[in-house]
Design a protein around this ligand. Structure first.
Ligand SMILES: *Cc1c(COP(=O)(O)O)cnc(C)c1O
Length: 463
């Protein structure tokens, strides 16, 4: 017997009409989407999405970088169901806690690099970064160096969309709306060799890009700098993978000036690079890590801040009350799902699989896309990758009208059963970690076909 549907079924047009009338989507031009009609996804399984039109779509983005264990995991649904019956909600404000939050704190302390033994929970990655802004400044206050307020971030970084998250981020379009960034947040160059360093070797460029940090510190005054924040690999900024020389130099500069180093691991965390965390892939030691997204594989909203001992000890021993927290800090259902998600990642050896097997396989196939006439560079690590679409391949020249080719390609992908996202003219992917070799083949073959269709459109319309 088929169960009564949870939400009444409607035809596509009816959903689109209701959507246009009532639903303001994130990062969306409301009016043009209403005219076009939204795509309505109804269910998903493994690496595939299904929409109301009966289309089956390979999700090359794991939702929004989060569904690492793939869709349709009964174990996660079961964990949520059981925890909701046991204790659906309680807060951790007034000298209270509950087993799921305590147990997850213990697990994360064990799983993360050795300097991390404490965690602060939030409901999202943006909120976690807000917490870090508050906590890093508080740390310097408690140490008697309250002048240290400035946080240095990078152009095109993405750290979320709350007021502090968007300020830390380096997205010009976001800063252009609502008077951002807030005071005492500044930005330096992103280590984007293909755009900024093509005349240098990647190693030379990596050092140069890292030294922008030292230059900015000197410009502002070292005694005013609280922290530097960066994603190990910039995700939404276009999968910007720093040259090998970048990270060690960044670490050296942070240590030299004694400033806190924040790794926003929201995209890289939980296996994306083939290590549990991006900082382990690149070999650096942050003082804070931002976690979210794949911490629950997206099955529940949850964020977390890992706090290194040197910071935690000061806040615990000398800080008194920390006046900050969220209603859903350590939400029991989200924590129960996270614990089960971590168990799946471990039991199925998914992180090692990315490092040793499926990651290298995908990177080999992905690199083959560099042979396409439209592609100036194909890059990647583990199960994350990017293609640079260019107007002129031999000279690696970008299109004049940046963003157009990317949008055309992204739309072809969707129509051909593949989610591949466009950032300007950079095509990016980050599929679920459970993707099979055959599904990688399907992804790469569809990508090639859509590059052909894009080239055809651009040829017709001119570059
Ligand atoms: C998505 C993302 C965030 C924000 O997380 P939300 O859960 O959307 O608030 C922060 N940092 C990075 C690197 C992200 O990719």
């Amino acid at each position: 017997m088929k169960a009564e549907p949870l939400i009444a079924e409607r035809a596509t047009g009816e959903w689109q009409d209701l959507d246009a009338r009532h639903y303001l989507h994130p990062f969306t031009d409301f009016k043009s989407l209403a005219a076009e009609g939204t795509r309505v996804i109804t269910r998903a399984d493994g690496v595939y999405l299904y929409d109301t039109e009966g289309n089956k779509i390979l999700d090359g983005m794991a939702g929004l970088w989060c569904v690492n264990v793939g869709y349709g995991r009964k174990e996660l649904a079961d964990a949520a169901f059981r925890q909701m019956q046991e204790l659906p909600y309680y807060n951790s404000f007034f000298k209270s806690a509950h087993p799921p939050a305590i147990e997850l704190a213990r697990r994360l302390a064990a799983l993360t690099p050795p300097q991390f033994n404490h965690v602060f929970f939030s409901g999202s990655g943006s909120e976690a970064n807000d917490t870090i802004v508050r906590m890093s400044r508080r740390y310097w206050d408690v140490r008697g160096e309250g002048e240290r307020k400035v946080i240095i971030a990078r152009h095109n970084a993405y750290h979320g969309s709350t007021v502090a998250g968007a300020s830390l981020g380096g997205m010009a379009a976001m800063h252009g709306q609502g008077g951002l960034p807030i005071p005492d947040i500044v930005h330096i160059e992103q280590p984007y060799w293909f755009e900024n360093g093509i005349d240098l070797s990647p190693d030379e460029y990596g050092l140069m890009a890292a030294r922008r940090l030292a230059e900015k510190i000197e410009e502002i005054g070292p005694q005013r700098i609280a922290a530097f924040i960066a994603e190990p690999i910039q995700g939404a900024g276009g999968v910007i993978i720093p040259p090998d020389t970048y990270r060690p130099e960044i670490q050296r500069i942070c240590r030299h000036y004694g400033i806190l180093l924040i790794a926003d691991e929201v995209v890289c965390g939980f296996g994306r690079t083939g290590r549990w965390f991006g900082c382990e892939h690149f070999g650096f030691e942050p003082d804070f890590m931002t976690l979210a997204k794949a911490i629950t594989s997206g099955y529940q909203p949850l964020g977390a801040v890992m706090v290194a001992d040197r910071v935690a000890e000061v806040l615990i021993e000398q800080g008194g009350e920390f006046h900050h927290g969220y209603t859903y800090s350590g939400h029991p259902v989200a924590c129960a799902v996270a614990l089960t998600n971590l168990r799946i990642l471990e039991d199925e050896d998914l992180v090692d699989r990315v490092r040793k097997e499926i990651g290298p396989y995908m990177q080999k196939r992905w690199a083959g896309l560099a042979d396409h006439p439209l592609v100036g560079e194909a890059r990647g690590v583990g199960l994350i990758g990017a293609l640079e679409l260019v107007a002129h391949k031999p000279s690696r020249t970008f299109f004049r009208d940046r963003g157009r080719a990317g949008t055309i390609c992204r739309d072809h992908c969707f129509s051909n059963g593949l989610v591949m996202r466009a950032v300007r003219d950079t095509m990016i992917i980050a599929p679920p970690l459970v993707i099979s070799r055959e599904q990688v083949d399907e992804l790469v073959e569809k990508a090639w076909k859509c590059l052909d269709l894009t080239a055809r459109d651009l040829g017709a319309g001119g570059a």
